[in-house]
Design a binder for this molecule. Structure first.
Ligand SMILES: [Mg+2]
Length: 179
């Protein structure tokens, strides 16, 4: 697979960019820990993909545990750290809703549509979704993307798997494979 700057990378956040908190949520910057290799991976990914966006389900907002403003503060810190390490995220989309059938909650495609509205050049058949759940894999597959599974929290997920095109231990391994 040849990736050039006409391609878009969709990244999940929890369990991909940062350590997922078991049975809980990242509710403040002090609770946010980048996953191994992420800061080193970002500039390598930026060198390949034209656009890199994050799509993240943040049900903690709908549950009243975190405010929109609080999420923005966490993301500002995250983007600053990535920038200090020479990387760039073009946009972050989040779904605050609690209900599994919310149109913006993955695996529903709402956040991908938001991204395409903001960046009309996004072509889903030239996009890759990286995530750590089957919801992420369905989100990508339904839109015609390639999917990359990171087994950070669900190592028992069967592979080979019709929903998963590639499996990588972490984002840094993925970034090296596509160079
Ligand atoms: Mg996740």
């Amino acid at each position: 697979m040849t990736i050039d700057n006409s391609w878009t990378l969709f990244l999940d956040r929890d369990g991909v960019m940062n350590e997922e908190i078991k049975d809980g949520y990242v509710l403040q910057w002090e609770m946010f820990r980048f996953s191994e290799g992420v800061l080193a991976a970002m500039p390598l990914l930026n060198a390949r993909f034209g656009r890199i966006v994050i799509t993240t389900n943040q049900r903690c907002i709908g549950r009243g545990l975190l405010s929109e403003e609080g999420l923005k503060v966490i993301h500002t810190h995250m983007l600053n750290e990535i920038r200090l390490h020479g990387g760039r995220i073009d946009a972050i989309y989040h779904c605050p809703d609690v209900n599994n059938d919310s149109p913006c909650r993955k695996p529903q495609p709402g956040m991908a549509m938001q991204a395409q509205a903001e960046f009309p050049e996004i072509n889903f058949s030239k996009s890759i979704m990286v995530g750590n759940t089957m919801g992420d894999m369905k989100f990508g597959k339904q839109l015609g993307m390639k999917t990359v599974f990171i087994p950070s929290t669900k190592p028992e997920t069967p592979f080979p798997n019709p929903m998963i095109d590639f499996k990588c231990d972490n984002l840094l391994e993925f970034s090296k494979i596509i160079q």
